[in-house]
Design a binder for this molecule. Structure first.
Ligand SMILES: *Cc1c(COP(=O)(O)O)cnc(C)c1O
Length: 389
């Protein structure tokens, strides 16, 4: 890792020196010609792998047709994407944006407006410790990373935090000021933390009992990542608001806030954005949705996830992992020692990209198209790194 005081690029994280040049499906290639099996995939973004033909075609077709008319004019891909997303989610209306943080900001604004109009000015949103909702000022306040809500004062307020996975703690935090509950179905950045069974159903019941909005941040879990199109669909509930990002564009920046009719209270002037729902990114999201929403595709994600999980469990028995957790192709292993960064670096040197979200946790988020052979290759590399470490 280099320090980069003399670089023209602001250094905001430690990056390896190698420069990435080309991607092809499961593989990424650097400027030295080294090939990496990519189990990070843009941070759970490239749902269809690197440079899939569907996205390349949608981009080039739309780029030659209409890139952006203006956010104040309708365009056909945006209308089609909105219709498709609402139908698939069982929700009613969409607002598009470019990043996950922006979609979550929109969700918080919608909830606060709804509280002003319908709940006598209730504004507080209960979120969770360890939660991650993005890096705008308000989303740093909403996130549950220790210290994040005090890092750039003055910070937006109005977020109350409770332990993740604890519906009773959520219930105790609800007051007359509370307008919404906001959680990830599985906490991604915290290291793939899965709540106890029934957690989302309990939050749904809590929201119904107190006339609150249930906001699910599916920026990481949505778009097939966990084996259903949206993670909430495996839990038999429907949120009032869901946010999507990452996989929605398969590598192209597009995000969405999708809501039930009863929550949709924006009036003209409340929300906007230059790039919202532009035809270029909307055409890409339609192409991604075309593939990812097929039942056979989702069944394959579950099958691939089961193979990867079983392989990791076998490695765990050999090398002494404490735990394999996650759903679909969002999986993590908790190691017995805080050696995750060393294992990550050894894996990269051996041609496998994985992520270390915590000192003792490795996260794997391959393309949703990953093959059995790629899964076996990743497991073999990891086996070697763990044996050496
Ligand atoms: C990545 C992520 C975000 C932030 O998305 P950006 O596009 O980086 O703004 C928000 N919520 C969750 C759950 C995420 O994983």
């Amino acid at each position: 890792m280099s320090t980069t005081a003399d670089s023209p690029l602001m250094s905001i994280t430690a990056r390896p020196e190698r420069v990435m040049c080309r991607g092809d499906g499961a593989y990424l290639f650097d400027d030295h010609g080294q090939r990496y099996l990519d189990f990070i995939q843009g941070w759970a973004v490239n749902a269809l792998g690197h440079c899939p033909p569907e996205i390349a075609q949608a981009l080039s077709r739309q780029a030659g047709t209409l890139i952006t008319p203006s956010p104040a004019l309708h365009n056909a891909p945006q209308l089609e994407l909105a219709a498709r997303l609402t139908a698939l989610a069982g929700l009613d209306q969409v607002h598009f944006a470019s990043s996950g943080a922006e979609a979550n900001e929109a969700a918080v604004k919608l909830a606060r407006k709804w509280g002003r109009v319908n709940r006598d000015g209730a504004f507080e949103i209960v979120t969770t410790e360890g939660g991650f909702h993005g890096r705008t000022l308000a989303m740093m306040s909403a996130s549950g990373k220790p210290g994040w809500d005090r890092m750039f004062p003055p910070m937006p307020s109005g977020f109350v935090k409770v332990p993740f996975g604890d519906a009773a703690a959520m219930a105790r935090a609800v007051t007359a000021r509370t307008v919404a509950l906001m959680v990830e179905p599985i906490q991604g950045e915290a290291g793939v933390v899965v709540p106890p069974a029934g957690y989302l159903r309990e939050l749904r019941a809590l929201a119904d009992a107190h006339d609150l909005l249930l906001i699910l941040d599916e920026v990481q879990t949505g778009m097939g990542r966990t084996g259903s199109l949206f993670a909430f669909q495996a839990e038999g509930i429907t949120p009032d608001i869901m946010t999507l990002g990452k996989g929605l564009g398969g590598g192209v920046p597009v995000s969405a806030m999708v809501a039930r009719r009863r929550a949709c209270c924006f009036e003209h002037g409340d929300q906007g954005g230059t790039y919202n729902g532009n035809p270029l990114v909307s055409a890409v999201a339609i192409a991604v949705l075309d593939v990812v929403s097929r039942p056979a595709f989702l069944a394959r994600v579950r099958e691939a996830g089961a193979r990867l999980r079983a392989g990791l469990q076998a490695l765990g028995r050999r090398h002494g992992f404490l735990e394999v957790r996650g759903a679909g192709l969002l999986l993590a292993v908790r190691l017995a020692t805080p050696s995750a960064e060393a294992v990550r670096d050894a894996a990269m040197a051996a041609g496998l990209l994985i992520n270390a979200p915590r000192p003792d946790t490795l996260r794997l988020m391959p393309s949703l198209r990953t093959t059995d052979a790629e899964i076996d290759e990743a497991l073999a590399v990891l086996d070697g790194c763990l044996a050496a470490g």
